[in-house]
Write a protein that binds this ligand. Structure first.
Ligand SMILES: [Zn+2]
Length: 611
């Protein structure tokens, strides 16, 4: 409690205030017995949406914050509707939004003989509105894709746009041709956060929208400088016609003389990256590959800041353009044969040594008791597989040529996979398979080294009381450390204060300490479009098994050796990078479909609001 004068403000007269200003009040301070304990006046705080937040949802949104001070039970209403206040003062409300770019919420808190009022203005993202009196219109915010695309001749681009329902829609190309658009007959797709986190599938069901159109644009040089000779969308409804330039430049990728590139996740020379470039199956998608710095490949497409690599004839991966460095024109693509392989047993790991014709892209996939290495852009000439001396961990090696230019090598293990890592060594690719420790079933944690990584400064979500994610996760990690040590483990924290820590430093710490397991702890917020009141149990536990599995797999790969870069121990990478890119951590983003709101009532009954 604040040490303040023993006075109590009477509610009554109020002052309206704009976004971000403090709670205002006026009143008369009555005389109090001097023996009464000091108590702070009632104070309202709003954490989300904050003054700089722009709510992306247009239907409903969360508002949350805390009530402090006052005496006795505290009540709160938002726009006249009661909202539960938790014992720590936290409150969270799910509120309908007006059809506007501003939403004003009136908050009234009352306690014994005190009250506080605040009018809070939230900003809502503008949305397109069809012009009044026009039969033909185009939502010029809906062009997809927009920007710069490059593809080889023979490929094409799926176009989508919103325009007047029931219209005739064409894309007029500068050379005189026209491409027809057809209505998209599928129901609308909810926000990604709804799919990822909502537990009630009713929230998935959106009505079909008659104003969505799709078309196919074959790749051809179009609008190369973003100005001259661009495509124009034409929408004809009755006697009305609307036109707009499609903001898209298309270039062609010449694969007859391929552009060879080398990957480097530190082109900015910051020196603190993990030397891995994540590869994605789709632009801006989730991670499927982890290419070490030095991997070479052929560029086969571009979509704004995403570059497509042709890993083999039938496999592509998208990477960030900033991780791609072109090699001199005329550089031939790497490729050739994979020769005889060798197993090299060591005390802590057994290593598979694979000779490559160049630093080819590869992928390791994990099953319960086997690992498969897939090399792209090569043919197998694995005439010999040298096991060295008999190793108790690797029971069998086999290879296959599933496609013309992809080779797989599979190692069957006597025990479950405990960890692995990969690195280039000259012309060779090394796959180090960690030997599992002997685990005492009575005390399975005894002797294990577990690194706890409390996410996430300098980023992090904030709860209703203002509690910051890095503070909460550090407290959880400290408690977990105590419990793990009681169970006989060595538990180490990647940070013990609020000093910001880069992602690679966290995994590197686990490497240096020869951790068996790296556990990354987070207290994430939700993206726009998800009503947290529908969420039980917490979303990550059930909604992202694949991500969890992969993070766990890589965490187990925290290796014993010498801190060599390029190790597969990047547990925080997956969730953290994705989450932060999606702004998930910054605040509990809110909103949702009309269905969702009607299904749950206008206000959240509580649950999960207390920090
Ligand atoms: Zn986090």
């Amino acid at each position: 409690m604040l040490a303040c004068a023993p006075v109590r403000w009477l509610g009554g007269m109020v002052t309206l205030c704009a976004v971000g200003c403090a709670t205002s009040r006026t009143g008369v301070a009555p005389a109090r017995p001097t023996t009464a304990p000091a108590r702070a006046p009632l104070q309202l705080s709003i954490v989300y949406p904050g003054p700089t937040d722009v709510v992306q949802a247009h239907d409903s949104c969360f508002l949350f914050g805390a009530v402090r001070g006052g005496a006795g039970p505290v009540t709160l209403s938002v726009n006249g509707t009661p909202v539960r206040v938790f014992a720590n003062g936290a409150w969270i409300a799910w509120l309908p939004l007006p059809d506007d770019t501003l939403a004003v919420f009136r908050l009234v808190a009352r306690a014994d003989g005190d009250s506080a009022l605040q009018d809070w203005t939230a900003r809502i993202a503008p949305r397109f509105r069809p012009p009044a009196g026009r039969a033909a219109w185009i939502d010029t915010t809906s062009f997809a894709p927009a920007g710069t695309v490059a593809l080889p001749l023979g490929e094409g681009i799926r176009l989508a746009v919103r325009a007047a329902p029931g219209a005739t829609v064409w894309l007029r190309l500068p050379w005189g041709a026209a491409i027809p658009f057809l209505p998209d007959t599928l129901p609308g797709e909810p926000a990604w956060g709804v799919r990822a986190f909502a537990t009630v599938t009713a929230a998935y069901r959106l009505p079909p929208a008659a104003d969505r159109y799709v078309a196919w644009l074959p790749a051809a040089a179009l609008c190369p400088d973003g100005k001259a000779a661009c495509a124009t969308l034409e929408v004809i409804a009755g006697r009305d016609t609307a036109t707009a330039r499609w903001p898209l430049s298309v270039g062609l990728v010449d694969l007859t003389f391929p552009s060879v590139v080398v990957l480097n996740d530190d082109t900015a020379h910051v020196g603190t990256t993990d030397s891995l470039t994540p590869g994605k199956a789709v632009p801006w998608g989730t991670y499927n590959w982890f290419f070490p710095t030095g991997t070479t490949s052929v560029l086969s497409g571009r979509w704004n800041d995403q570059v497509r690599l042709q890993l083999s004839q039938h496999a592509v991966a998208w990477v960030n353009a900033s991780d791609v460095v072109p090699l001199p024109a005329g550089t031939p693509p790497a490729g050739g044969v994979v020769g005889s392989v060798r197993l090299e047993p060591g005390p802590a790991a057994v290593t598979l040594r694979v000779p490559l014709p160049g630093k080819l892209p590869f992928q390791v996939t994990e099953q319960e008791r086997s690992l498969t290495l897939r090399v792209y852009g090569a043919g197998s000439d694995i005439n010999w597989m040298q096991y060295g001396r008999t190793d108790p961990l690797v029971t069998r090696m086999s290879y296959a040529q599933p496609t013309a230019d992809e080779v797989t090598i599979t190692l069957d293990l006597a025990r479950r996979v405990w960890g692995y890592r990969t690195r280039f060594d000259g012309r060779d690719l090394l796959l180090e398979i960690r030997r599992p420790p002997q685990i005492d079933p009575e005390r399975p944690l005894r002797g294990r080294t577990i690194v706890l990584d409390p996410g996430h400064p300098p980023l992090g979500a904030k709860g209703p009381t203002g509690l910051w994610e890095p503070v909460a996760t550090l407290a959880v990690a400290s408690k977990a450390k105590t419990l793990l040590e009681q169970a006989g483990a060595t538990a180490l924290l990647t940070r013990t204060d609020s000093t910001p820590l880069e992602l690679f430093a966290r995994t590197h710490f686990a490497e240096l300490h020869d951790a068996d397991v790296l556990v990354s702890i987070h207290a994430n917020a939700l993206p726009d479009g998800v009503n947290e009141c529908l969420l039980l149990p917490p979303p990550q536990r059930r909604a992202r098994p694949r991500a969890r599995r992969r993070a766990r797999r890589r965490a187990r790969g925290a290796g014993p050796r010498d801190g060599t870069r390029g190790l597969r121990a990047g547990a925080p990478d997956l969730d953290a990078r994705r989450a932060h890119r999606g702004s998930v951590h910054h605040a509990a983003r809110t909103g949702g479909s009309a269905t969702e709101r009607r299904g749950t009532g206008a206000l959240c009954a509580g649950g999960g609001a207390g920090d």
